[in-house]
Design a protein around this ligand. Structure first.
Ligand code: ADP
Length: 164
């Protein structure tokens, strides 16, 4: 039984996240999506809303691929969260070079904290690679069309949240 942990803020979940989840499903038997509480980041959507959106969009992907998907909010250290859920790997998505430096440091430090948990990097399909939640929120806030970047239910939630 191989368990992976895919952590993030998911504020909100995008087509990039969904693509990474569908790929990660083929590597593990159980995929835990760790939704970071991240109060400091001042998320647009509160934890319950982010969890609900992630659950709605990704749980069916696991059913189609024979992988159990669990959505798990967490507020502790990532490596402790990985231990709590018995994950042997942490899955991260890589976009531009800009992601690399931060991820490089995280792997280095997490390895010191626990050398039994490997970090695996995945890249989304080309058309989803540039998507970032932060930019999606900016576009939506300014009334732009985000339908190519997020699932339809998330687009609706963004409109409602921003009262457009
Ligand atoms: P963001 O960085 O957009 O705020 P998260 O913190 O929720 O998103 O990201 C969670 C994980 O998903 C990170 O490993 C991040 O690099 C990855 N990710 C986010 N968007 C994409 C994408 N478009 N393609 C590949 N990986 C992505």
């Amino acid at each position: 039984m191989r368990t992976g942990l895919y952590p993030g803020t998911f504020d909100p979940v995008t087509n990039g996240h969904v693509d990474i989840v569908s790929r990660a499903c083929t590597l593990v038997d159980r995929l835990v999506i760790g939704v970071a509480i991240n109060r400091d980041k001042g998320p647009l959507f509160d934890l319950e809303e982010r969890v609900e959106m992630v659950r709605r969009e990704v749980v069916p992907l696991g059913e189609d691929r024979g992988c159990e998907i669990i959505v798990h909010p967490f507020g502790n250290l990532l490596i402790d969260c990985a231990r709590d859920v018995n994950a042997t790997m942490i899955i991260r998505g890589l976009r531009a070079v800009a992601d690399f430096e931060y991820e490089y440091q995280m792997v280095g430090m997490n390895r010191v904290l626990d050398d039994n948990i490997e970090t695996v990097f995945m890249m989304a399909e080309a058309e989803y690679q540039a998507i970032a939640s932060k930019l999606v929120k900016e576009i939506a806030r300014l009334g732009g069309d985000v339908s190519k970047f997020v699932p339809a239910s998330v687009e609706k939630a963004l409109k409602a949240k921003l009262a457009l």
